[in-house]
Write a protein that binds this ligand. Structure first.
Ligand SMILES: *Cc1c(COP(=O)(O)O)cnc(C)c1O
Length: 441
């Protein structure tokens, strides 16, 4: 049996006590793998884009909102795409400079806009009213921050409705094919010399690559038209969003950044010509394959004849998988009490979490060596949007997260996030206001 780096990390995590009876769930991130993905992304765009094309890969912070991870990516030359004051605070804590930060979000407040413009952070306006707010801010305090407009090319949705941002009625950006919208965008740009970017993110997991490329083509064509009418290169940067889907069915990393770049080059030949600087906003594809949720099996039981493993990983760390299992199936691997891959004939079983509702299952009727009390269940490909996106159900604490490097000599760990203590959890739950309701009503 060959051991993967993940297998070695699981075994070492158990041996070192990163999880155990008192810390029954933890997140693990393969740091070498993350670096490899970041380098691959940069290398592909460097190869495809004309020499000296400015390219910023702004990691979508919501995919892994963890300061040391943002720092690691910054070390690899990536920036951050942020969509809330919290995400901006994390990027700043990670030392990501304003020039490598992009602010998106459909609900930016005046204070957020003012701060971003003052800091020189690139801002993509989502809608007409937001553009008017920016007009007012620019009139009172001109900023040299790059400002763009998000458009929705309305090229259609993918297999997951909630992830599809280019449907006719998506809440994001200016719906380009709506009556009059296209002309309004062109005119709005011509009226505002400081509007120099166009942005589109047509969706995340479940989008066909062809639709993503078609969205980028709309963006490119629009920029060409605006620049034609302006008689100058007013739009100088295209922000093509993220959304490269991830394969959750095996260890294969497909599609690759190279495959996507090849498709972009054939669909939008001018994209890499050097006429436009480029911004990307990949999230899931950089992190997902490099993360594992590892949980102890507390009990094994049966109900209605079906074996059920009650583990400590459920909706709090695998929220989407638990609530929308058909859209977000993940692989589960069985390990024994020592963290070694569990041998044995596969048995169909449910892998349940600790939450008190019946649907708290990360896998249903899944064939695996039969899990028993004291074993471990590993949720694979969970490096993005899983343990970093905690759901506070049942007041379950946020688990610890550890980065690992599996060297020939052994596995080394570094703490990315310490497990939340019960004191912290109590404080988060109004613990400072115990008596606040005594005399009220
Ligand atoms: C979520 C999001 C991304 C990242 O999407 P991934 O599927 O994680 O690559 C990029 N840009 C915007 C505007 C987003 O909302």
């Amino acid at each position: 049996m060959t051991f993967t780096d993940r297998d070695r990390a699981v075994q070492a995590a158990v041996a070192e006590g990163l999880l155990g009876p008192d810390e029954p769930v933890a997140g693990l991130l393969d740091i070498v793998g993350i670096r490899r993905s970041a380098r691959e992304l940069r290398a592909v765009f460097e190869e495809f884009a004309a020499p000296d094309t400015p390219v910023l890969h702004a990691f979508a912070v919501k995919a892994a909102s963890l300061v040391p991870v943002l720092r690691l990516l910054a070390q690899e030359g990536l920036g951050c795409e942020v969509a809330s004051p919290g995400e901006l605070a994390l990027a700043r804590a990670a030392g990501v400079p304003a020039t490598a930060t992009v602010l998106d979000s459909p609900a930016k407040t005046p204070a957020e806009l003012r701060e971003a413009l003052a800091l020189g952070i690139a801002v993509n306006a989502d809608n007409r009213a937001e553009l008017e707010r920016i007009d007012a801010l620019m009139a009172s305090a001109p900023s040299s921050a790059p400002i763009g407009l998000r458009v929705n090319p309305q090229v259609g949705g993918g297999t997951i409705g909630a992830m599809s941002t280019a449907t006719d009625t998506s809440k994001f950006g200016i719906a380009l094919r709506d009556e009059g919208a296209h002309d309004w965008v062109v005119r709005s740009c011509l009226d505002r010399p400081w509007l120099t970017r166009l942005h589109a993110h047509v969706g995340s997991q479940g989008m066909p690559l062809e639709l993503m490329a078609e969205g980028v083509r709309s963006l490119f064509d629009l920029a060409e038209e605006i620049n034609d009418k302006a008689g100058r290169r007013q739009i100088d940067t295209l922000d093509i969003g993220g959304g490269l889907p991830v394969n959750f069915a095996s260890d294969d990393m497909r599609p690759t950044y190279r495959e996507y770049a090849e498709l972009l080059r054939s669909t939008v030949p001018g994209l890499f010509s050097g006429r436009y600087g480029l911004v990307t906003e990949f999230g899931r594809s950089l992190l997902a394959k490099h993360g594992t949720v590892l949980a102890r099996v507390e009990y094994a039981k049966t109900a209605g004849g079906r074996p059920i493993a009650i583990t400590h990983a459920g909706a709090q760390v695998a929220t989407r998988t638990v609530f929308v299992p058909d859209a977000w199936p993940i692989r589960v691997a069985a390990y024994d009490g020592a963290g070694l891959p569990k041998p044995g004939a596969p048995v169909a079983q449910d892998i349940a979490g600790p939450c008190c509702f019946a649907g708290d299952l990360v896998a249903e009727n899944r064939s695996l060596p039969r899990l028993e009390s004291g074993d471990h269940a590993a949720l694979l490909d969970t490096g993005a949007y899983y343990f970093s996106t905690h759901f506070a159900y049942n007041s379950l604490p946020r688990p610890g997260i550890y980065g690992y490097a599996a060297d020939p000599g052994g596995v080394r760990f570094a703490t990315i996030r310490t497990p939340q203590t019960l004191e912290e959890l109590t404080a988060e739950s109004g613990g400072a206001h115990t008596n606040a309701l005594h005399d009220l009503g």
